[in-house]
Design a protein around this ligand. Structure first.
Ligand SMILES: *Cc1c(COP(=O)(O)O)cnc(C)c1O
Length: 396
């Protein structure tokens, strides 16, 4: 069976896509236009934290859509108040600004830090970020990201982002000057290849930033909402950042993001920040439903159990095939391979018959796994067994 390709060239070409369309998804499975099923360990890039089309999201959307979709952010709506209350109640932050994407939440964090620097630090505006970091695709967040060349593709870009090395406190200390206002990092670098910041580093960074009067911003767009086995990854090191951004998992697949900050830092004045869709009740109602599912008794314990299972399974595969082990936190993990056949593994797994499997290779010698947080033990075993078959075929 073919799908209707007549409009394909009406899409702007921004990436190479396989020649298929996905028509439905349920839980850990996606189905394409031919009815072929795929076990999904990408889940919309760590977005669908409860799997594809979970009934609680469908119900929240239906319920809210029939009541109120968007009264405008110039008015209160109950779901946004309810979600802000939940997020502040479960974290060290006092206030929330809702946005629509991770990049937009990070833009807000950068603006908030710069405004705070103007008011409290004599106009300090520079933010220290990290090599291999990823913060989004707007002009400022591309500059903040640590991908080679990303700060100049659309020159002149936003300046004021110097890059330190993750887990190297001296590299941060050396970059601090009178114009520095904040340090911003992902607790686990996701797009950079699942590289965790160590607890010692997070603690030392908190101490250093506090001593020097700098804000600490954690970009938890990928690590937040239970992904690492705690609700927020910063909790793993017992620190209290000043600002946190969330997206991806917070909406379970729908566009929702949040900028969270401690009261002392909340210095936006009326007119400084906003957005037509921000905090709309349709998306925040979903956010409430997702939050309640992730924080239900036993949910994070199950995430941690599945994480141990995935970690052990990847280690066994690594040992069998002479690879270099695995790393990660919770259900954000990577298999470190001994050679650069990641792209071939990804396409072979996808094209596997009769059922395919979706994996991601953020670096040629690395596979990344970001299943739904409610993935079952059986699904993890199936993925591991199939990955073993794929590797066996490729390396035969
Ligand atoms: C995905 C991601 C972003 C960007 O989020 P978008 O919703 O794609 O704008 C920012 N930071 C991190 C850590 C991410 O993983």
């Amino acid at each position: 069976m073919e799908f209707d390709r007549s409009g394909v060239n009406a899409l702007m070409e921004i990436t190479s896509r396989p020649d298929l369309v996905f028509v439905r998804g349920q839980g850990a499975w996606l189905e394409d236009h031919n009815g072929k099923r795929y076990l999904d360990f990408i889940q919309g890039w760590a977005v669908n934290c409860l799997g594809h089309s979970p009934s609680l999201i469908v119900e929240a959307l239906n319920r809210q859509a029939t009541q109120l979709i968007n009264p405008s952010p110039a008015f209160y709506n109950q779901p946004s108040i309810d979600l802000a209350k939940r997020l502040t109640g479960a974290s060290c932050f006092d206030r929330v600004f809702f946005a629509n994407s991770g990049a937009e939440a990070n833009e807000g964090a950068i603006k908030l830090a710069r405004k705070w620097g103007r008011l409290n630090r004599n106009g300090a505006y520079k933010i220290i970020t990290f090599d291999h970091g990823f913060h989004g695709r707007t002009l400022a967040t591309m500059s903040a990201s640590g991908k080679p060349g990303w700060d100049t593709i659309y020159a002149p870009q936003v300046n004021g982002f110097s890059k330190a090395d993750l887990n190297d406190l001296d590299s941060v200390r050396k970059l601090i000057d009178d114009e520095t206002v904040a340090v911003m990092l992902e607790p686990v670098q996701g797009e950079g290849g699942v590289i965790p910041a160590s607890s010692e580093f997070m603690q030392a960074l908190r101490k250093l930033t506090a001593e020097r009067g700098l804000l600490l911003i954690v970009d938890e767009v990928q690590t937040g909402m239970g992904r690492t086995g705690k609700l927020f990854a910063y909790e793993q090191s017992g620190i209290k950042p000043d600002i946190m951004t969330l997206a991806k998992g917070i909406g379970g697949g729908i566009p929702l993001a949040a900028l969270c900050a401690r009261e002392e830092v909340c210095c936006f004045e009326h007119g400084d920040q906003g957005g037509t869709y921000n905090g709309n009740p349709l998306m925040t109602a979903v956010g409430v439903a997702v939050f309640d599912a992730i924080t239900a008794p036993g949910f994070l314990a199950a995430v941690n159990a599945r994480a141990e299972q995935l970690s052990a399974g990847l280690l066994a595969l690594s040992a069998k095939w002479g690879m270099k082990g695995e790393r990660g936190a919770g259900l954000l993990r990577a298999l470190k391979m001994d050679r650069a056949d990641g792209a071939l593994i990804v396409t072979t797994a996808r094209d596997w018959s009769p059922e395919g499997m979706l994996l991601n290779s953020p670096r040629p010698d690395l596979l990344r796994f970001m299943p739904a947080l409610n993935v079952t033990a059986t699904e993890i075993d199936l993925m591991l067994a199939r990955l073993d078959e794929v590797i066996a075929k490729i390396r035969a």
